[in-house]
Design a protein. Structure first.
Ligand SMILES: Nc1nc2c(c(=O)[nH]1)N[C@H]1C(S)=C(S)[C@@H](COP(=O)(O)OP(=O)(O)OC[C@H]3O[C@@H](n4cnc5c(=O)[nH]c(N)nc54)[C@H](O)[C@@H]3O)O[C@H]1N2
Ligand SMILES: Nc1nc2c(c(=O)[nH]1)N[C@H]1C(S)=C(S)[C@@H](COP(=O)(O)OP(=O)(O)OC[C@H]3O[C@@H](n4cnc5c(=O)[nH]c(N)nc54)[C@H](O)[C@@H]3O)O[C@H]1N2
Ligand SMILES: [Mo]
Length: 769
């Protein structure tokens, strides 16, 4: 018998087709105009050999190895749920009593599920918050530097997170769209919280058909689709700020800046101008100056600057641009440049970050909240900016400077992750593991034997969304999806909330944790709250029963184009920005006041330590970009067929220019060794002129597979770029991930090629029968 259930994932809403208790197909949501390709991997992932069948404890931990233990190479021992719960409860209580609440790292960063009630990280935070507190993580890997900067200079993060000027307004008004990092189509496969409508591709196409001219400023031609007919400007990575300063220089020299806008709506332009013209540091930021840094021809810089000043222009940058050393600078410079053009707040003009970074940016929609789960305040208040996790583990008791504050780094004794994978998302994985091994105990809740589960002491198998009921919802999408349970839990997997409720029980607060609601009561409660919020904004949505039976709710798109900052631009006195001056802060007294040499009060050019112009490029002459994968969501679905079909001899692909391949005697399709002082990875070579010389690019997400599990210096045989990436904060202001600042060298893989073993259970563990 075939059953069909509505469901959703970050990679799209779908119908779960179930036969004999197994998911056999994830059929795209009928209303989706351009459903994503990742759904095909779901049956493989949900029922595959990488599922964790039951709870496990690391053999060494059972023998009493705690702080300083080596993790990742040990055997796992199967245990009952009762024992697993008892051990975790006892250890959490011991650590809390002996070392205090901040010694538990429970930030648990990661994407976990689209379902908002069973969202593992939210629930873990509730549990740990109620238990007395934990060290949390703030900001994110996506745009941590940008989201720390923007409130200072634009008074909002809406310019990154959406609602931004929509594509309709761009199609109708924009003549030129400058896209730093391009508009990668693959990023539109994903919506955090799940999406019913993948509208990014058709909306972008409409803008092209309406005559918008696109410029893809990126080392990779593939960052725009052919139908956009984009001009490709193959810039050197990490040099975008220099390009923007030079474009500003051209506009200033020609006297084309919008002085009326600058006077009325911004502060600090004079100081920016003095910097660009060289009055402050003796270096005029001319096109000649920038061309030497960026390798963009002088004539191109001049032409693009004059074109932007002469026609309605939208400026955008992908989020990737700021995941680099000094990643705050190109974004801040772009805000200043957009302000010079005077288009902020005008139809189809101005600036926004991430039109090319995720589905739903610039999609017309009514401004409504998403359905959200319950949350609890962290009573101990300890936190780090998320991407500083290794530093936290490395230097307890020391100070970390961040955004004007001095944070005391706690001594972490217990690490707890539910719904995220630091051995996917963090940089310099060998160094992370050395820090990780300093903990007494690591608890991981995961459905799959991902690298984070493999490096845990206590492994608690979690259900996937298909094994429970939930609601999928994103503030960037018009559909709210009923996620009906489609199959029974796989193996002995349990829901994260139920695991945590049992732990709360052991600590005496089950009733507070569950609020005495079961799953169904929680879903009705959350939906009811959202329905009320909609009603307050004059939007009527059906009651829960109607929603649940229909499988989704659709909020019709608005009829008017949305233009971000329109009220402000029309009357900045009446509608000030939420900055200290109420204006666009081209110079920020607040940031200058922090006294960080690397982030004075306005955007500046800093040479990154690792980029093609730095001395290190003598030894490691290739700049490696690690971008979001088209074949999965980060590490999720890596065990599925879509990701597998894209690999070369089972290794992640790396793109390289023919000139660089020829210089090394390398050919398309061969397995190569990518290395630097931090480590080495195997990869499958793709030779293509679409990537500029000197740059190579590799998707993130192949599960970390050290040849010698447990070693912190062993080559990854599968192709995880984070073995090689640099683990530094973007600056003391943003402390974001700087994954894109990474130099490497490449040679043919010599000798035997070890097999990829990371998609099957580790020693001691069994596959689900
Ligand atoms: N080099 C490099 N590194 C990067 C980036 C880059 O550009 N370059 N990008 C960064 C960015 S922007 C991000 S957002 C991060 C992403 O990093 P993560 O969000 O940590 O990556 P995911 O693989 O999505 O991890 C989510 C984990 O949650 C698990 N999970 C899913 N559902 C459930 C559930 O219901 N319960 C439980 N307990 N677990 C569940 C999944 O199996 C998966 O292992 O990576 C960052 N890392
Ligand atoms: N299919 C799929 N889509 C996703 C995700 C996924 O895992 N899979 N993850 C989602 C998440 S969590 C996030 S945060 C977003 C991330 O969205 P982004 O950060 O925008 O995505 P990336 O693919 O990392 O980078 C986009 C492009 O930037 C270019 N680039 C890198 N460095 C530079 C530079 O210094 N200068 C210039 N000019 N260009 C550069 C690269 O060529 C790259 O292809 O994607 C989301 N969308
Ligand atoms: Mo992200």
């Amino acid at each position: 018998m075939t059953e069909i259930k509505p469901h959703s994932a970050h990679w799209g809403a779908f119908e779960a087709v179930v036969e004999a208790g197994r998911l056999v197909e994830a059929r795209p949501f009928r209303r989706d105009p351009f459903p994503g390709s990742l759904l095909a991997s779901m049956p493989d992932a949900v029922h595959g050999a990488a599922r964790i069948d039951r709870p496990y404890i690391r053999a060494g931990w059972l023998r009493g190895e705690r702080r300083g233990a080596s993790r990742g190479g040990d055997n796992f021992v199967p245990v009952s749920w009762d024992e697993a719960i008892r051990r975790v409860a006892e250890e959490a209580a011991r650590v809390r009593a002996e070392h205090g609440a901040p010694s538990i790292l429970g930030g648990s960063y990661g994407w976990s599920s689209a379902g908002r009630y069973h969202h593992a990280r939210t629930q873990l935070h509730r549990y740990l918050g109620m238990a007395g507190g934990f060290t949390s993580q703030v900001t994110n890997y996506s745009y941590g530097a940008g989201m720390t900067l923007m409130p200072h200079i634009l008074g909002t993060n809406e310019v990154i997170q959406g609602r931004v000027t929509d594509w309709g307004s761009i199609a109708r008004n924009t003549k030129l769209m400058l896209c730093l990092g391009g508009l990668p189509r693959k990023n539109g496969l994903v919506t955090a919280g799940g999406g019913g409508a993948h509208e990014y591709l058709p909306l972008m196409r409409q803008a092209a058909e309406a005559g918008v001219r696109f410029v893809n400023i990126s080392p990779f031609r593939g960052d725009t689709e052919d139908f956009l007919n984009a001009e490709w400007v193959p810039i050197r990575p990490n040099t975008d700020a220099a390009l923007i300063f030079a474009m500003a220089h051209v506009v200033l020299e020609a006297g084309l800046q919008d002085s009326a806008f600058l006077d009325r709506c911004t502060v600090g332009f004079d100081r920016f101008r003095d910097y660009v013209l060289g009055a402050t540091d003796g270096t005029p930021k001319t096109p000649e100056w920038a061309s030497a840094i960026t390798e963009v021809p002088v004539e191109t810089i001049r032409r693009l600057a004059l074109e932007a000043a002469g026609a309605p222009t939208m400026c955008t940058a992908t989020w990737s641009i700021q995941r680099a050393e000094h990643g705050e600078q190109p974004w801040w410079a772009l805000v200043a440049f957009a302000a010079m053009l005077g288009g902020i707040g005008k139809p189809g003009r101005g600036i926004a970050f991430g039109y090319g970074s995720i589905n739903g940016m610039g999609t017309p929609r009514v401004d409504l909240p998403s359905v959200s789960g319950p949350s609890v305040r962290n009573p101990c208040g300890a936190y780090i900016p998320v991407a500083r996790v290794t530093e936290l583990l490395e230097r307890p008791g020391e100070i970390l400077q961040y955004n004007g504050r001095d944070l005391l780094l706690p001594d972490i004794r217990m690490i707890w992750w539910a719904g995220g994978n630091p051995f996917h998302h963090h940089q310099d994985l060998g160094r992370l593991l050395r820090g990780w091994n300093r903990a007494d105990t690591v608890v991981v809740q995961e459905p799959w034997w991902t690298a984070v589960a493999r490096h845990a002491d206590i492994v608690l198998p979690a259900t996937t969304t298909l094994e429970r009921n939930d609601i999928g919802s994103s503030s960037r999408d018009r559909f709210v999806t009923a996620m009906h349970q489609a199959i029974a839990p796989v193996g002995l997997a349990r829901n994260d909330v139920d695991i945590l409720a049992d732990l709360a029980d052991a600590a005496g607060f089950r009733a507070a944790f569950t609020e005495q609601r079961d799953e169904s009561a929680w879903l009705q409660h959350m939906y009811g709250r959202w329905r009320q919020a909609c009603a307050r904004q004059g939007v009527e949505v059906p009651d829960f029963e109607t929603f649940w039976a229909a499988g989704h709710v659709e909020i019709p798109p608005p009829e008017q184009d949305y233009v971000q900052f329109a009220d402000f631009a029309a009357d900045p006195e009446a509608n000030p920005l939420d900055t200290p001056t109420g204006k666009v802060e081209i110079f920020s007294e607040t940031i200058a006041g922090f006294g960080y040499a690397e982030t004075p009060g306005h955007a500046v050019w800093h040479e990154p330590t690792e980029y093609l112009g730095s001395p290190m490029a003598q030894k490691y002459p290739l700049h490696m970009l690690s971008f979001q994968p088209s074949t999965r969501l980060h590490g999720q679905l890596d065990s599925g067929r879509v990701a597998a079909a894209d690999k070369i001899q089972g290794r992640e692909k790396l793109r390289m220019n023919p000139a660089d391949a020829a210089a090394r005697g390398l050919t398309d399709g061969q397995v190569i060794r990518v290395f630097n002082d931090r480590g080495a990875v195997a990869a499958g070579l793709v030779v293509t002129p679409d990537i500029r010389p000197g740059v190579v690019a590799m998707a993130t997400g192949a599960w970390w597979n050290p040849a010698r599990p447990g070693a912190t210096d062993s080559a990854c045989v599968h192709g995880n770029p984070n073995v090689l990436t640099q683990d530094i904060g973007t600056s003391r202001l943003g402390q974001g991930s700087a994954a894109q600042s990474c130099l490497v060298q490449i040679e043919a893989w010599q000798g035997e090629l070890p097999p990829v073993t990371v998609h099957t259970p580790p020693p001691g563990a069994c596959a689900v029968p």
